[in-house]
Write a protein that binds this ligand. Structure first.
Ligand SMILES: Cc1cc2nc3c(=O)[nH]c(=O)nc-3n(C[C@H](O)[C@H](O)[C@H](O)COP(=O)(O)O)c2cc1C
Length: 344
């Protein structure tokens, strides 16, 4: 029986951030158990690591790495914790997280609220890593005078506890952060990261915005390939405001969920065209069903992630999408996810 439809009205009666905190507290109490069994056809290797399923939890839900193993046991094939900054920071003033229920969307302007990398490190080092992969997403402190140095520090500090690292330069809620996507700044950042990452350390992914201009995906792919980035995550939340019906549609911040879907898919197609399949891609933004995930894989994503759809449909969504993908593989005659990537 699906429990979430019963719990959702209670959660939605609360302020969104309070509901999120309570959810994390409840998850912490969850007794450890085995994750669901998935068909072997869903196993997939991206950037040299094997993922049990291609359906992951996107960054931002478990910023402080409080419940990554619980999320794995609920059926996510991998979990990305963070964004974590070197020093703790409180983030923006509340309220800063808004549900747009009529649009199945969320607007957030959290601003990298997190307890800092050392505290997450102390929890991650105790994880068993038995049930799937935990990736660590790193960012820069808002008041940092040298943002590149913050990324370098994050890569060095978190590499020992991360199965992969993500360089997040695409949050719209830290003023100026997205400028690191501009060609000169990006090259400086990526070359510093390439120098800092440990030789036998985890792969490093780059997370980009869906709001890029003409030619930018090309520039980013070229810089990423040259500096040994292992995959690109497309995409973060959008600052665009497609037609929305909910009351909170004019709140400032990044928009995620259903209205982001066409933008994120378009951005993914642009990155696929720019990379010609040379750079692994991870599709994120508005994925809520197995059809959405399948469309993203056919468009060039080797893995997918989601966050907002879980707010509306509950944590069982990851296992449902994974099983749906296995059926689609079977129906279409592909033996593996990797075979289907970029065929649409
Ligand atoms: C409340 C909230 C907080 C987020 N925080 C982060 C973050 O700290 N770092 C990051 O890289 N992405 C963050 N994201 C973006 C998600 O990881 C994802 O890229 C985006 O929400 C699109 O996916 P979705 O439509 O499935 O939610 C956040 C998203 C939401 C809704």
């Amino acid at each position: 029986m699906r429990l979430y439809p019963l719990i959702r009205p209670l959660a939605f009666a609360l302020d969104a951030e309070r509901a999120h905190r309570l959810t994390i507290r409840a998850l912490k109490l969850m007794p450890p158990h085995r994750p669901p069994d998935f068909p072997g056809s869903l196993k997939t290797v991206v950037a040299g690591i094997e993922f049990p399923t291609p359906v992951g939890l996107a960054a931002g839900f478990d910023k402080d790495a409080e419940v990554p193993e619980q999320m794995l046991t609920l059926g996510f094939g991998f979990v990305e914790v963070g964004t974590l900054t070197p020093r703790p920071q409180v983030g923006n003033a509340k309220p800063r997280l808004f549900r747009l229920s009529k649009d199945r969307a969320v607007i957030n302007r959290m601003g990298f609220n997190n307890a800092g990398q050392p505290s997450a490190y102390s929890r991650l080092i105790q994880c068993t890593h038995m049930h799937g992969l935990i990736g660590v997403n790193v960012g820069a402190n808002k008041d940092s005078t040298d943002r590149i140095a913050d990324y370098v520090a994050g890569v060095k500090a978190m590499a020992p506890v991360a199965r992969y690292l993500t360089i997040n330069i695409s949050s719209p809620n830290t003023p100026g952060l997205r400028q690191l996507q501009d060609e000169g700044a990006l090259r400086a950042l990526l070359s510093a990261v390439a120098e800092a990452r440990p030789k036998k350390g985890p792969p490093v992914f780059l997370k980009v915005a869906p709001d890029l201009g003409e030619g930018e995906p090309d520039q980013i792919v070229r810089a990423a390939l040259q500096h040994g980035i292992d995959a690109i995550i497309v995409a973060n939340t959008t600052v665009a405001r497609p037609l929305l019906r909910s009351k909170r549609r004019d709140e400032a911040g990044g928009l995620s969920g259903e209205p982001l879907k066409p933008l994120a898919l378009k951005a993914l197609r642009e990155f696929r065209a720019a990379s010609g399949g040379e750079m692994p891609l991870i599709g994120v933004g508005g994925i809520a069903t197995a059809d959405d995930a399948w469309e993203r894989i056919r468009a060039g994503a080797g893995l997918v992630q989601l966050y907002t759809a879980m707010v509306y449909d509950g944590p069982g969504i990851a296992a449902r999408i994974a099983r749906g993908l296995a059926h689609r593989l079977e129906r279409s005659g592909f033996a593996s996810i990797a075979e289907a990537v970029g065929t649409g």
